[in-house]
Design a protein around this ligand. Structure first.
Ligand code: KIV
Ligand code: ZN
Length: 546
């Protein structure tokens, strides 16, 4: 039992389900979900406050940046009382050694190595089943020579035949793996067959049954919308680790969502008879942070964390809930941290009070960053009666997170309405402090503003998603905008987030954030030479006439 920096008390027994969070690894593989290393660190800190047992911090061999981000999380979040810090590695020597470099400074490091075991994956690797077993043997043995805590995953286990799966798991255990993670990589299985598969594996894998000390884990994808159900079926079969992500983000249709599994366990105690170390009151905060930093809005009807998850619209429902909340509520909003807490700071409150409140919300903001948030807070407190915690979180996500700025917004001015052509004038400041001003006409003010930016910044892209919503209710609410752009001839997408009480300013900030990320990742993007910029065109940049 240990008291962590976050105040989370972690206890373990055979009825504890280990929560392995892979938001920063599998989640970051979502299209457009690139994070800076500062953002990853902030999310890792929040995951520690949430009480996850293991953080899969990244795939260190993927790039030097990934390695550095994992190292930083290992050092700063992987404290003796904090979560285990894990890195992913293919079953090849180079990956495993680099992974160890990533996690070794954590108090509790873990190497997670994997190899595809289904007929399709063996064919892709061009190896036989026997060669597969040999690779597992070498990989796990090497990983164990470096790190005491090793996890092995037979990738695409959902489509791997049982005999071979048992052999693969048995080899991994024989070579020292202490966690066997069974992934349904392509989201193919159904709950009943998954429960049976996991139960059979636990019963029949030599050296890995009950009492062996081996922890069985499940890792499900959501292609058929069954990830949560499959994960819960895995728990019923005896799995005591689940691999999950915040908001269910991940490749394609995503991974199992942490909040759904945890709240199912919590709400249906008598069905599952297990517990977790999660502080459920941190769920909403974590969800918002991940959504804001990744530029991935949460669908309003998403279980647990969607904006409508606790909203009661119809008269009958409202009446019922007012008389007795349990009539239509199986969980309280407070249990997931949705307590509508209102900031009691007023217009006259100082920096210190703001800093203390941000700290309570889990954001350690100081110096120049605090000053930036303070200026925005004052402006908002002037125009809005109540500044909520959600408003503050949006301001922090917008101002604090370090995205290298090749271009930042100087000023924006738009004219629009029914009487003329929507026109935007934009002033951008480049990395050397030079200002660039352009005006453009569009089908709406956002379109015009984006076209003016494109006329200044040469970084060709297509806007594939633009979404806007308000952080809180009311006409004076902060507007949040997320955008996704994709460069030509590349499947990659880059997200950006902006928050402001003026939705045009929020839109411009979001687009610039996405452009800055794209330029940082691809290494190109420049100022359009004077005279080359097209200010009026016919093709709409944005997908609406905003
Ligand atoms: O889905 C999957 O199979 C994975 C493995 C690397 C565990 O993410
Ligand atoms: Zn996965």
């Amino acid at each position: 039992m240990a008291e962590g920096e976050s105040g989370v008390v972690r206890t373990y027994d055979e009825n504890t389900v280990v929560i392995f969070d892979t938001t920063l690894r599998d989640g970051e593989q979502s299209p457009g979900a690139t994070l800076s290393s500062a953002e990853k660190l902030e999310i890792a800190r929040q995951l520690a406050r949430l009480g996850v047992d293991v953080i899969e911090a990244g795939f260190p061999a993927a790039s030097p940046d990934d390695l550095r981000a994992v190292q930083r999380i290992a050092r700063e979040v992987g404290t003796p009382d904090g979560p285990r810090i894990c890195g992913l590695a293919r079953a090849v020597e180079g990956d495993i050694r680099t992974c160890w470099e990533g996690v070794r400074e954590a108090a509790k490091p873990r190497i997670h190595t994997f190899l595809g075991t289904s007929p399709m994956h063996l064919a892709m690797l061009n190896i036989t089943q026997e060669e597969g077993l040999e690779r597992i043997r070498r990989a796990v043995t090497l990983a164990r020579s470096l790190c005491e805590d090793v996890e092995f995953s037979p990738m695409d286990a959902g489509r791997t035949d049982m005999d071979y799966l048992i052999k693969a798991c048995a080899v991994a255990v024989e070579c020292g793996a202490r966690t066997l993670n069974i992934p349904d990589t392509v989201g193919y299985v159904t709950p009943a067959e998954w429960e049976e598969k996991i139960a059979t594996l636990i019963a029949e894998t030599p050296g890995a049954g009950k009492g062996s000390g081996v922890i069985w884990s499940v890792h499900c994808h959501n292609d058929l919308g069954m990830a949560t159900a499959n994960t819960l079926a895995g728990i019923r079969a005896g799995a005591r680790q689940v691999e999950v992500t915040i908001n269910g983000i991940g490749e394609r249709a995503g991974n199992t969502s942490l909040e759904e599994v945890v709240m199912a366990i919590h709400t249906r105690q008598s069905v599952f008879n297990v517990r977790t170390n999660i502080d459920t009151t941190q769920i909403i905060k974590t969800s918002r942070m991940v959504s804001n930093y990744m530029g991935m809005p949460v669908q309003p009807n998403k279980a647990i964390v969607g904006a409508n998850a606790f909203a009661h619209e119809s008269g009958i429902h409202q009446d019922g809930v007012l008389k007795n909340a349990e009539t239509f509520e199986i969980m309280t909003p407070e249990s997931v941290g949705l307590n509508q807490s209102r900031l009691t700071l007023g217009k006259l409150s100082g920096r210190h009070a703001l800093k203390v409140r941000l700290k309570e919300l889990g954001y350690d903001v100081d110096g120049e960053q605090l000053q930036k948030v303070f200026v925005r807070f004052k402006a908002l407190a002037d125009s809005k009666k109540v500044v909520t915690d959600a408003d503050l979180e949006a301001l922090v996500a917008d101002e604090v997170v370090e995205v290298k700025e090749f271009f930042r917004l100087g000023d924006v001015q738009v004219t629009c309405g029914t009487m003329g052509m929507p026109t935007a004038t934009i002033k951008l400041v480049d990395g050397e402090g030079h200002a660039h001003i352009h005006a453009a006409v569009g089908v709406g003010p956002v379109d015009a503003a984006y076209r003016a930016i494109d006329a200044i910044v040469h970084a060709p892209n297509t806007l594939v998603e633009y979404s806007v919503h308000s952080v809180t209710e009311g006409i004076d609410a902060l507007g949040e905008v997320t955008v996704r752009i994709t460069p030509p001839d590349s499947p990659r997408t880059f997200g950006g987030y902006g928050a402001h009480s003026d939705v045009i300013v929020a839109s411009v900030k979001a687009y610039l954030a996405a452009l800055n990320r794209m330029i940082a990742a691809l290494g190109h993007g420049s100022v359009v030479p004077e005279g080359d910029a097209a200010t009026v065109g016919v093709k709409s940049k944005s997908q609406s006439s905003l």
